[in-house]
Ligand binder design. Structure first.
Ligand code: XLS
Ligand code: NI
Ligand code: NI
Length: 441
């Protein structure tokens, strides 16, 4: 396996091949066959799988009760620039070995933030040149960039929603550079996850004013990026809580309303994350349906939470039933608008071998691939689609059709109800739907 950098970090692991579901090789795909065509597109095109820089390269397994358990070989250099280059080498070796086409990052995943803004910008410019070269040699592309405006203590009260204007301005400067970096690397999208855009207590918070600030700030960021020729999508990533008690981008419905209120609906779409849906007490399919109906199903952060303790555990996806539901909505909506499937997921703290990181991503890609095959069969050869459609057939002609066309008034409904007399019950057939899904899994 030819390497782009000088050093091989994942020794003994070759490029992951598709071997089919009969294979016992743990380092092979059982379902993800990148060039296989399903529902008119290759799996590669449907998914646009991406590696998340922060979890895979920067995460070390630390938790509130103990330090990291993983001593990554690419993180040992003392010089921040050398260290960032090593990390980039490891990232591109990994992505290439997985056969993925994309990656995603926060600005300071790429290189450590320096003591001053000016020095941080210099560092980012250096690593951007290095990544450009690695992208062109490997063919790997940037799915989206983003900015970490939540870790540094200066953002403890928020970034664009901070009550101190000077912190807001500082976030603006940081995001300007993150946008420049994303544009320089040909990024296809740019993400805003409002990590600390919310409140810990309403007693000290003017929520209306903070929301107005966030709306204005996002419009300014959009205008700047467009003025620099950025043609991609802006995504908002909803999350209801954590780190804040309440985050303004609570869920898909809240964000869609926000985008319309601040006239951002033409440039912004949603990046929906499984674990965030769980935290909002929704299913992932619910969030996707809302986004798809608004024409805003932009991208997916793939992971899962823990259904027993409700934490944001960011585990790798492996639930086939849940993923089939996701893929039903995905196919019905005609796929994602500009985005892809980013594995925003991390190893468990006690998964400390290098092959664990491959097993995790292989499992994630395979559960999506298997779910795509199943959802395609359910849609194309089971009674699922027609059963669902038939529930609404009273709107397909006659008065129901006139209602949908806006040709009836409220008094018409009154007249129709009287003419109908008492109605017979129409079954929702939920168990039958559930059995069809199970039959195809
Ligand atoms: C955190 C978010 C974060 C975003 C990018 O919960 O998922 O990782 O995806 O800032
Ligand atoms: Ni998350
Ligand atoms: Ni995420």
């Amino acid at each position: 396996m030819a390497l782009i950098g000088n050093k091989e970090y994942f020794k003994g692991i070759d490029k992951i091949a598709y071997e089919g579901k009969e294979s016992d090789n743990p380092l092979a795909y059982k379902y993800y066959d990148a060039d296989r065509v399903v529902a008119g597109k290759t799996m590669r095109e449907h998914f646009k799988f991406a590696m998340a820089y922060w979890h895979t390269l920067c995460g070390t397994g630390g938790d509130p009760f103990g330090p990291g358990t993983m001593n990554h070989k690419w993180a040992t250099a003392v010089d921040p620039i050398q260290s960032a280059k090593n990390k980039a080498d490891a990232a591109f070796e990994f992505i290439t070995k997985m056969g993925f086409d994309y990656y995603c990052f926060h600005d300071y995943d790429l290189i450590d933030e320096a003591a001053t803004l000016a020095e941080s910008e210099k560092r980012l410019a250096i690593i951007t040149e290095y990544l450009k070269e690695k992208q062109s040699k490997s063919g790997v592309k940037l799915l989206w960039g983003t900015s970490n405006c939540f870790s540094n203590p200066r953002y403890m009260n928020g970034a664009s929603t901070n009550p101190d204007f000077n912190v807001l301005a500082r976030a603006g400067a940081q995001i300007k550079t993150a946008l420049d970096t994303t544009i320089a690397l040909g990024g296809e999208n740019y993400v805003f996850w409002g990590g600390r855009e919310g409140y810990m207590s309403l007693l000290n918070t003017d929520m209306g004013r903070e929301l107005d600030h966030m709306g204005r700030f996002l419009g300014m960021a959009r205008d700047y990026a467009r003025s620099k020729g950025f043609k991609g999508n802006f995504f908002i990533e909803p999350k209801p809580m954590e780190p804040m008690k309440h985050q303004y981008d609570f869920d898909a419905a809240t964000v869609i309303g926000f985008l319309h209120k601040y006239d951002l609906q033409h440039d912004f779409k949603l990046n929906i994350e499984v674990n965030h849906a769980t935290l909002a007490q929704h299913t992932m399919q619910h969030e996707l349906e809302l986004a798809a109906n608004a024409g805003m199903m932009g991208s997916i952060d793939a992971n899962r939470g823990d259904y027993q303790n409700g934490w944001d555990t960011d585990q790798f996806p492996n639930n086939i039933g849940e993923t089939v539901e996701v893929m039903l909505t995905f196919l019905k909506a005609g796929g994602l608008k500009g985005g892809g499937i980013n594995f925003d997921a991390k190893l468990r703290r006690n998964s400390t071998d290098y092959d664990d990181i491959f097993h995790a991503h292989i499992g994630g890609a395979d559960v999506f691939a298997r779910a795509l095959l199943i959802a395609d069969k359910i849609i194309s050869s089971s009674p699922y689609a027609s059963l669902r459609k038939n529930r609404y057939n009273s709107f397909d002609n006659g008065k129901g059709k006139q209602f949908e066309e806006g040709k009836l008034n409220f008094n018409d409904l009154y007249e129709i109800a009287h003419a109908n007399g008492e109605l017979t019950l129409q079954s929702g057939k939920q168990e039958l739907f559930e059995n069809i899904i199970n039959q195809y899994i």
